[in-house]
Ligand binder design. Structure first.
Ligand SMILES: [Zn+2]
Length: 465
């Protein structure tokens, strides 16, 4: 007689093709939460997600909104009894805009299989997460009529615009989400075939700096040499923000940064990664890797801050003439390390700009986003259950890893539920290009992720017993 988990695994294995078809159907909907023109599609995506959850046996499936939020889809299966743990599964059904269409090999909203990967916007981030949750629940229910855990599921509709209503949503609906552990399928794997558990995310501060020198553009021949050029002023200002290694040196910026513990640094050093990094990330020959020379690579990427200029407005080269422009704007994106408070960081950046803007140029700074980093110690009953589940599902032990990017809702989520363990797993691998053109999902690993989740329900229940 097969055990319950074996029966559930067999059910999951026999529905891999269905899972892929479900994912394709979802990924065909351009649920771009950032775009006002796609509100209808975000709703269609919520409807399709709700139908998916219902068809896999989730109960009380409903759509909720707070303020003007995009729809959240909720569902549950709560019949495992009071002694079994309650698991909250999270994913999101909205997607990023497709970016430049000419850089996609095939239409971003026509999911297409090539070389074992499924290409399309949302195939990895994060519609695969929603489908994996539904499939794992469905496998247990179709094979055994039960799940060893109580399950709640939340599929958000506005993660890609920074979850602006999540706090209000959690306040209004906390009781419907209460759980002992939550599982977020919006992170990723260490490599193709190698699963990961993410225990650290960086925070983010975004702001625009505008420098103005003139009421209007001036002839550079008549005025150049005496009238300051705001673009060069910006170059001086920006270069004063980092040292020769590209490390942010803004006064007070890193005062509250929490350095990794000895145990964590050991974990990071053991990962190595320096060799081959430049090639893997596509650095051109001769271009050097930057950052704190005393920190190992993954400490720089996960546990230290970084500055990127993500946008720049001056005069485009096309149509330019011999003029001094009146103003220029840079959009700055600061990744924050654990400990750094976004509001304090923004103040430090502002006073740096006040102090270092040359030539009395008029500086204007506007903040447009801020969220702290999140980190946890990847130990304890839930992490152990998850590690074993991933190893069983992939046949390879998972890597405890950080992500240099930001998922702003993880911190508030954990805090709302009294610091319950957060297990960040997911379908993305280093080649998935989430948010980029030609986003894709590794299909065999997607099946392994579903298998892992099937194991995870059993392991979490065992760990709590
Ligand atoms: Zn995502």
């Amino acid at each position: 007689m097969p055990t319950l988990v074996e029966s559930a695994l067999a059910a999951a294995g026999s529905s891999t093709a269905d899972a892929l078809a479900e994912l394709c159907a979802l990924a065909r909907i351009p649920s771009i939460s950032a775009s006002a023109e796609h509100v209808r599609e975000v709703h269609a995506s919520a409807d399709a997600t709700a139908a998916l959850l219902r068809s896999h046996g989730l109960e009380n499936v409903r759509q909720l909104r707070v303020n003007d939020s995009h729809p959240y889809v909720l569902g549950e299966w709560l019949h495992a009894g009071p002694d079994a743990p309650t698991v909250l599964l999270y994913a999101h059904h909205d997607v990023q805009p497709p970016g430049r269409l000419d850089r996609w090999t095939t239409d971003p909203f026509v999911p297409t299989e090539r070389d074992g990967r499924l290409y399309g916007r949302g195939t990895a981030d994060d519609k695969a997460g929603a489908v994996a949750h539904a499939e794992a629940v469905g496998a247990w229910l179709s094979a055994n009529g039960s799940i060893p855990c109580n399950v709640r599921i939340l599929v958000e509709g506005e993660e890609e615009i920074g979850s602006p209503n999540l706090e209000a949503f959690l306040n209004a609906h906390a009781d419907e989400l209460r759980a002992d552990v939550f599982v977020l399928a919006d992170a990723g794997q260490w490599d193709v075939g190698v699963p990961g558990i993410t225990y650290s995310l960086r925070g983010l501060v975004g702001c625009d700096v505008k420098l103005r020198a003139l009421k209007g553009p001036l002839h550079s021949g008549i005025s150049g040499g005496a009238v300051p050029d705001p673009v060069q002023g910006m170059a001086r200002l920006l270069s004063a923000m980092t040292d020769e290694n590209g490390v942010v040196t803004i006064e007070g910026f890193a005062d509250d940064l929490i350095a990794p513990s000895a145990v964590e640094r050991e974990r990071i050093v053991a990962l190595g990664g320096e060799r081959g990094f430049a090639a893997a990330y596509g650095l051109l020959p001769g271009v050097s890797v930057i950052g704190d020379p005393n920190a190992p690579l993954y400490e720089r990427l996960w546990r230290q801050s970084a500055l990127t200029v993500i946008g720049f407005d001056a005069h485009p080269i096309k149509g330019s003439s011999n003029q001094i422009v009146a103003a220029c704007t840079a959009r700055l994106s600061f990744r924050l390390a654990p400990g750094q408070d976004p509001a304090r960081v923004f103040e430090a950046v502002k006073s740096h700009i006040e102090k270092h803007t040359p030539w009395g140029l008029n500086a204007e700074v506007t903040s447009h986003e801020g969220s702290p980093a999140w980190t946890t110690e990847p130990t304890g009953w839930a992490f152990e259950a998850c590690e074993e589940a991933l190893e069983a599902g992939f046949g390879v032990a998972p890597v405890a890893m950080g992500i240099g990017g930001s998922i702003p809702f993880v911190g508030p989520f954990a805090a709302t539920f009294g610091g319950i363990p957060a297990l960040l797993i997911g379908p993305e691998d280093p080649y998935s290009r989430p948010h980029g053109e030609d986003e894709s999902l590794h299909i065999a690993d997607f099946a392994s992720l579903i298998r892992s989740e099937v194991y995870l329900f059993q392991n979490l229940a065992n760990a709590r017993r």
